[in-house]
Design a protein around this ligand. Sequence first.
Ligand code: DGL
Length: 281
Amino acid sequence: MASRNPIGVFDSGYGGLTVLKEIIYKLPQYDYLYLGDNARSPYGNRSFDTVYHYTLECVQWFFQQGCSLVILACNTASAKALRTLQQNDLPKIAPNKRVLGVIRPTAEIIGNFSETQEVGILATIGTVVSESYPMEIAKFFPDLKVFQEACPMWVPLVENNEHTHHGADFFVKKNMHSIFEKGENIDVLLMACTHYPLLREKIEEYLPVGVKLVSQGEIVADSLADYLLRHPEIESLCSQKGQRSFYTTDSTADFDNHATIFFGEAVLSKHIDLETIKSGK
Ligand code: DGL
């Protein structure tokens, strides 16, 4: 009988912890192995090739740890690496394992929230340039108008713990103003980056009345629960002892400090060397 192992949850850094938190809330019985590639984050401004190679290395590390299912809890990695991983790499390196992202589950549902049929997407430059959201959303809601806004300063604001301070207002106001200039009938605004839920209160200050602000964690958690129900062949390979472990490619002290903000509870991470990840050992 094949052994059961944790579900892998990957992010460029801390942000995926906001997604993991919702997944654990929905599916506490499973074991989770989290990896933040902090030594090479942020991914948001990097090229397709770079994000793809970094993500592939990390996914292979999860497979070596025995994970049969890996969630890319990072919009940028989902936008730039997932398709190639699923179509080209998995069939060769691990045909029985699965890698899922955060964009498709969101695209499947986002149109249901809108009355005006206009939605706004707030994301990193990488996610916006990839056009992944407009392309995926068009498959499920062909008549929905999608407006995108890259917010490159928002991740650094959160990472430097400035997101609740006055300095954050300048950039949040600027990007909020810009997206509603592009689509004045937007009635649903998606925070399509793992860091943005931490800016919720600031974003709400600049949110026009009647606009719904949507975060992804809950959507991804619901979609994972549904996936596990529909795929017993994968579910039966996921261990269920309610255990969580956290790895970072950078400083564990930094990770643990930030994790409290992103995850909402204390975390004791372990270090994994980038060289180990790169060499695939
Ligand atoms: N986790 C990334 C995302 O959701 C944001 C951080 C980064 O740029 O690496 O797009």
